[in-house]
Design a protein around this ligand. Structure first.
Ligand code: GLA
Length: 355
């Protein structure tokens, strides 16, 4: 159902504004957007449709087709640990920066699975912020929207994420990737390979951004930063590694992932720009191995899915997103896509196709 239709059914009027905001898949560069690294996320054709009408009072009503319920709140509410928090936080922050002056009625419909590591939450926040910004007389640009969206997640939701998802969603269009330097937010838009598809398969293992696993890894990285005395784990020197090794094997492994993942991402960006897709694929697979062995954010069932994806013909495959569940992304020749997907899914009955 379109969000306009959902809005009409829920509130018995037509919305003032409507938009589509894509989800994102990260091709390579995992858990380094808060550690000074380069990342390569792409915007998806699947995403979130939002219809919205501002209100003259402070009330907020939010309908989502995924939960099929209407939540009623107001702009003075704090987070309630429900799905509606992302929309609530966006309206609260839209008021803080003057995009809105009061509440709103909102209807959301989505083609993105939740808990898949495809950034449905960031898409919702960026979408609402852009819609409310467009209604106001304020000037805004895509980077400031991404920064504000990150504040909603960090400050309102309490999710200590980096800036990758918001930048990918706010600054690029479906079918394109951005090579993003998370140290200074400079980026280059990169075209995806012509003859290969970036297939996204859900493992059937569900995860929540707020389940504590992400936070734990972030806290480990914060300890590393304290020990080395700066925030740029991705550029750690050999001496800093020796210092860390004497303190903790776990932390040493987390840091090793950050440094190697940053280097891999740089090589992957070069490979994709040169059209060297076999090389790009190998780097994706190496990235998975590092997430599995050093950052320890995979699950055995996801490792099996990645292995089978490669054995069945993908040039590379890896877990994507925050980890501990969710989707894999695999690079596969378009002409082999259908048979590859069918064989892979028949080996993994819990898994399902996303894109
Ligand atoms: C989540 C976070 C991002 C990033 C990824 C892991 O999606 O929101 O900021 O850290 O995990 O790469």
């Amino acid at each position: 159902m379109s969000s306009n239709l959902a809005f009409k059914k829920t509130y018995n009027s037509m919305p003032e504004v409507t938009s589509f905001t894509p989800g994102r898949v990260n091709l390579i560069g995992e858990h380094i957007d808060y550690n000074g690294g380069m990342v390569l996320p792409a915007a998806l054709e699947k995403g979130i449709f939002i219809s919205l009408t501002p209100r003259n009072d402070n009330n907020i009503r939010i309908y989502s087709d995924q939960f099929d319920e209407i939540i009623e709140l107001n702009i003075n509410n704090t987070a309630t640990s429900k799905w509606s928090d992302y929309a609530l936080g966006s309206i609260v922050y839209a008021n803080k920066v003057g995009f809105l002056n009061g509440g709103a009625d909102i209807a959301i419909t989505t083609t993105l699975p939740l808990g898949a590591g495809l950034s449905s939450s960031s898409a919702l926040i960026v979408g609402i912020l852009k819609l409310t910004a467009s209604l106001s007389k304020k000037t805004f640009d895509n980077i400031s929207i991404a920064i504000l969206a990150k504040r909603v997640e960090n400050e309102f939701i309490g999710m200590p994420c980096g800036i990758m998802d918001q930048m990918a969603i706010s600054c690029t269009d479906p079918g394109k990737a951005i090579a993003l330097d998370t140290k200074n937010l400079s980026f280059e838009v990169i075209s995806l390979p012509k003859y290969h598809h970036m297939a996204i398969i859900h493992s059937g293992e569900y995860r929540l951004n707020t389940d504590g696993n992400f936070k734990k890894r972030k806290e480990e990285c914060d300890i590393i930063k304290e020990i080395i005395g700066h925030n740029d784990i991705c550029s750690m020197s050999d001496n800093e590694f020796i210092l860390l090794k004497n303190i903790s094997t776990d932390l040493n492994q987390r840091a090793r992932h950050c440094v190697s993942e940053h280097q891999r991402t740089l090589r992957a960006i070069k490979a994709i720009k040169e059209g060297n897709i076999p090389k790009f694929g190998l780097l994706m697979t190496e990235s998975h191995n590092s997430m599995r062995d050093d950052f320890k954010m995979s699950l055995p069932s996801i490792d099996n899915l990645v292995n089978d994806a490669i054995h069945l013909g993908a040039v590379g495959a890896r877990l994507t997103g925050g980890g501990f569940g969710g989707c894999i992304v695999a690079c596969i020749l378009k002409e082999n896509l259908e048979s590859w997907r069918q064989k892979l899914l028949s080996l993994h009955p819990k898994a399902f196709n996303v894109i």
